[in-house]
Design a protein. Structure first.
Length: 271
C-alpha cells in the first residue's frame, strides 16, 4: 500500500466530512491520488486507477457501495481495502472482524490478499448475500432498526408481513430445500453456497422469524432450513424480488445462482 484512491458513500453517517478528515490524517505517508463520492460521482475503473498510479482502492461505505465499487474494477490488478462505513458492514466483518476503520487501516500493511467468495446471478453478484422472494422486504425493516428510524419500523414490519404471505418462490431440485418458500437467502461461503429456505404459513412464526431477522439470528428461527450446494435454481410465476448485498432488483424467472470467487484481491486483516 502506497498510493490510494478513496471511494466513500456520502449518504452514510459513518463517512461525514469530519470522519473523512480523520481518515486522511490517519493515512500518514500514504498518497491519496483521488476521491470519489458515491453515488453522486462516477466510480473509477481500472484505467483511471492505473493512470493515477494507484495500487489500493479504499472503499469506505456499506455492502452496497462496496459491491458497486469493486464490480467496476473486477479485472484490475490492484487490491481493495474495505473499511466499515455502512449499516451492516458484512464484508468488512468477514475480512477484518468487528473492528473500526482506524484499526483496519492500522493493520492493513500486515494483512494478506485474498479472493472473496461471491454468489453470481446473471449480471448481478453479491459478496455478503442474496435474498430472493417476497419476504426480502424484511430487509428494509431491519435497516430502519439499525439506523434508529423507529418511526418507520412499524409500518415497514406490517408491509413486510403482508408481502411475506402474498407469494412464494420455488427451489427447483430434489434436495431438502426443494419446494415453495416465502424467501430464499443465499450466502457465499468459501467453497459453496449456503441456501436458507424460509417456509411458514403461520403469522405467529412469520412474526418470530421477522424479529429474528431483525436481530440477525434468523438461521435458528422456526421455519428455516439450511443446505449447501455449488448452485441453486429458483422458479416463480412472476418476476422475482431480489436483494444483492442490500440493493434491490427485479429478475425474470427462472433464476440461477452459482458460487464463484472474485478475480480482484482484497486485503484481509483477520486470521
Amino acid at each position: 500500500m502506497k498510493t490510494l484512491w478513496l471511494v466513500l458513500n456520502t449518504a452514510s453517517g459513518s463517512t461525514s466530512d469530519a470522519i473523512v478528515g480523520e481518515f486522511e490524517q490517519a493515512c500518514g505517508d500514504y498518497v491519496i491520488a483521488g476521491r470519489t463520492a458515491f453515488p453522486a460521482e462516477t466510480l473509477p475503473n481500472a484505467t483511471v486507477l492505473d493512470a493515477a498510479g494507484v495500487d489500493t482502492l479504499v472503499v469506505f461505505g456499506g455492502d452496497g457501495t462496496i459491491n458497486a465499487a469493486t464490480c467496476k474494477v473486477e479485472d484490475w490488478d490492484g487490491t481493495a481495502l474495505i473499511l466499515p462505513g455502512g449499516t451492516m458492514n458484512g464484508l468488512a466483518k468477514q475480512l477484518h472482524g468487528d473492528i473500526g476503520w482506524a484499526e483496519v487501516l492500522k493493520r492493513a500493511p500486515n494483512g494478506h490478499a485474498i479472493h472473496v467468495p461471491i454468489a453470481i446471478c446473471g449480471q448481478h453478484r453479491a459478496m455478503v448475500g442474496v435474498i430472493l422472494g417476497p419476504a426480502s422486504s424484511w430487509f428494509h425493516a431491519r435497516e430502519y432498526v439499525r439506523s434508529g428510524a423507529w418511526s418507520k419500523v412499524t409500518r415497514a414490519l406490517r408491509y413486510a408481513a403482508r408481502k411475506t404471505f402474498a407469494r412464494t418462490i420455488r427451489v427447483v431440485g430434489e434436495g431438502a430445500n426443494s419446494g415453495r418458500h416465502r424467501a430464499v437467502i443465499v450466502t457465499p461461503r468459501d467453497h459453496d453456497l449456503e441456501i436458507a429456505a424460509v417456509s411458514t404459513d403461520s403469522w405467529f412464526i412469520a412474526a418470530r422469524l421477522g424479529w429474528s431477522w431483525l436481530l440477525g439470528d434468523w438461521r435458528d428461527a422456526d421455519g428455516v432450513t439450511v443446505t449447501y450446494a455449488p448452485s441453486v435454481d429458483l422458479a416463480s410465476s412472476r418476476q422475482v424480488s431480489v436483494l444483492f448485498d442490500g440493493e434491490p432488483a427485479k429478475l425474470r424467472a427462472p433464476v440461477h445462482v452459482e458460487h464463484a470467487v472474485t478475480r480482484l484481491t482484497f486485503i484481509a486483516t483477520k486470521a
